[in-house]
Each structure stands twice: as C-alpha cells, then as structure tokens.
Design a protein around this ligand. Structure first.
Ligand code: HEC
Ligand code: HEC
Length: 116
C-alpha cells in the first residue's frame, strides 16, 4: 500500500493530506480509512478506470513489451488536474537567439535520394 500511495502522491504532485484527513490522537496523524475528502473518492474511481483501461486496451501490449501501460502519471504528469492542451510556444523577444535549426544533413540526403 505504501508504494502505491507514494506513487499516487508523486503522480499528482501532492502530499498524503490531499486525500486523507488528519486523524485523532492515537490514529498516527492520519485517519486513512476515512472517505471524507472528495479527492480520495475521485482517486478510487481513477484507480478503477486506469485498471480497466489497462486490462481492456493494454494487456497484450504490456505482456509482449513488458511495459507498465497506463499509470496515474501518464495523464497527471505531476499535476492535480491533467493539462487539457499543449503549452503555448514561448514568446520570442527581440534579440533572442533563433531556435536551433534542424541539422542540414537529412535534407541533403533527401534531395540526393530524390535526384537519383
Ligand atoms: C490521490 C489520492 C491519494 C493520495 C495522495 C494518497 N492516498 Fe492513500 N488512499 C487513497 C485511496 C483512494 C485509498 C483507498 C484504496 C481502496 O479503495 O482500497 C487509500 C488508502 C490508503 C490506506 C489504507 C487505508 C485503509 O482503508 O485501511 C493507507 C494506509 C494510505 N492510503 C496511506 C497513504 C499515505 C501514507 C499517503 C501519502 C504518501 C497517501 N495514502 C496518499 C488515495 C490517496
Ligand atoms: C486517462 C487519464 C487519467 C489517468 C490515467 C488518471 N487520471 Fe486522474 N484525472 C484525469 C483527468 C482528466 C482529471 C480532471 C478531471 C476534471 O478536470 O474534472 C483527473 C482528476 C483527478 C483527481 C481530482 C483532482 C482534483 O483536483 O480534484 C484525482 C484525485 C485523480 N485524478 C487521481 C488519479 C489517480 C490516483 C490516478 C491513478 C490511479 C489517476 N488519477 C489516473 C485523468 C486521468
């Protein structure tokens, strides 16, 4: 359970208290069994969803290629809420260096290939 919980936390970039309420004394800081925080309920659904997707769409691929398949981190990438769009390109300020150009070689190879 501990390593799964650390994985949840790291995947979302949060601490245990994002999903777990503080416990009373004698409960060792947290009342882990409590379902008072909505995030925990969502996390439980997310866990089921992730497992279902893996079973349905990744099973053969996982077995054949020994990959982890879909995980919390695949979508969350360290964020509470996964990004819904790619980041905008960084604005270019005057005097800034041009972004690195792609190497010339592949293009040359391409044109030789075409002229042959
Ligand atoms: C994103 C939400 C989330 C985070 C963050 C999280 N947990 Fe959990 N935790 C859950 C869910 C959901 C369950 C219930 C799993 C289930 O249904 O069996 C759970 C269950 C547990 C349990 C078992 C409780 C029981 O019912 O006996 C322990 C212990 C626990 N978590 C510890 C931790 C610790 C320690 C951390 C921080 C490293 C942590 N959790 C971070 C969602 C989270
Ligand atoms: C297929 C992509 C995907 C995977 C895999 C996934 N999530 Fe999510 N999760 C989302 C999306 C999208 C949202 C945001 C929903 C929204 O904005 O309403 C979300 C929201 C959440 C939230 C609510 C966050 C908040 O701020 O309220 C929690 C908690 C969460 N996910 C936990 C998990 C955990 C734990 C796992 C792994 C067991 C997981 N998710 C795997 C897509 C995913």
């Amino acid at each position: 359970m501990g390593s799964i919980m650390k994985f949840f936390s790291a995947s979302l970039g949060v601490k245990c208290n994002f999903c777990h309420v503080r416990g009373t004394e004698g409960q060792n800081n947290f009342d882990f069994a409590s379902d008072k925080i909505d995030h925990k309920l969502i996390a439980r659904d997310m866990f089921k969803m992730t497992n279902k997707i893996n079973k349905k769409y990744f099973r053969e691929h996982k077995d054949a290629n020994k990959i982890a398949g879909l995980t919390c981190y695949s979508c969350h990438n360290g964020q509470e809420n996964p990004a819904t769009r790619p980041p905008a390109p960084a604005p270019r300020t005057p005097g800034q260096q041009q972004p690195p150009q792609p190497p010339a070689q592949p293009a040359q190879q391409l044109s030789t290939a075409q002229s042959q």
